[in-house]
Design a protein around this ligand. Structure first.
Ligand code: F6R
Length: 252
């Protein structure tokens, strides 16, 4: 493991996703075990990248009694206009990879309000912001990085202070998601995402990037100017953010 710093972002180089999962699962376990009166609030990404982390958390739940069922979980984003229970939805993903195997009741998850009627979405998104604040704010946010530098579904051009809202997905994002839907035509065009401001309000932010397909975006997020053209670059300004990469994603 090697550590370096880009701006205020700590970059940790690991061999592969397995040690990365161990590092972050240990950190989450310390938060959960060390909590005071308030339950720990974890922000969770879907996608391929965090799967080994969720498997490690499930293992710790069963083998070490980690009280994950007492945490509050916040789902980072979700596609709009998918039938309930669609296997490629992020809520199905989180249920499958974490909630069910770890025995976490569905009520512990704060999820994007994709079932709200179109005219009520804005209010429903504001209610998510309120629910996060009422829970005490996100203690630790897990993120993957999009090939175009998106965080959650905050695509390039998203404002630093954006909050939870409906967004249009970039073509590159839809192309990447086609692997989960079978074809690009089946990938929704819109989604609801926590905003960049919502994400960056988290006390700790932990981003993961593995594999050669992420090398270009990791290189850009460490070297390009911080700004909306590359939302992931904002992590360099967060006071407690870490990027964990493997050798294939590391641009050095
Ligand atoms: C998922 C999400 C996305 C993904 C990103 C990387 O909840 O918000 O930003 O983290 O697109 O996806 P993977 O991990 O599949 O490469």
């Amino acid at each position: 493991m090697r550590r370096s710093i880009a701006g205020r972002l700590e970059v940790v180089l690991v061999e592969d996703a397995v040690p990365a999962a161990r590092i972050l699962a240990r950190e989450i376990a310390e938060l959960v075990r060390g909590r005071g009166e308030r339950t720990v609030v974890l922000g969770l990404a879907a996608g391929r990248t965090p799967v080994p982390l969720y498997r490690e958390l499930v293992r710790m739940r069963h083998e070490e009694g980690l009280a994950l069922d007492e945490a509050t979980l916040v789902q980072l984003d979700e596609y709009l206009e998918l039938p309930a229970g669609h296997p490629a939805s992020f809520s199905s993903f989180l249920r499958r990879e974490l909630l069910e195997p770890a025995g976490i009741p569905a009520e512990r998850l704060i999820a994007p309000p994709c079932d709200a009627a179109e005219g009520e979405r804005e209010l429903a998104c504001a209610a998510i912001e309120h629910a996060i604040r009422a829970a005490g704010g996100i203690d630790l946010q897990i993120l993957g990085i999009g090939l175009n530098g998106h965080l959650g579904f905050n695509e390039p051009g998203s404002h630093r202070d954006s909050r939870t809202r409906v967004v249009e997905l970039d073509e590159e994002t839809r192309r990447h998601a086609a692997r989960d839907f079978g074809s690009i035509e089946d990938v929704p065009r819109k989604a609801i995402t926590l905003g960049l401001g919502t994400i960056l309000d988290a006390r700790r932010v932990r981003a993961l990037a593995f594999g050669a397909e992420k090398a270009d975006v990791v290189h850009r997020m460490l070297g390009e100017d911080v700004g909306p053209a590359l939302p992931a670059s904002f992590l360099r300004e967060h006071g407690d953010a870490m990027l964990v990469v493997d050798g294939d994603a590391a641009p050095w």
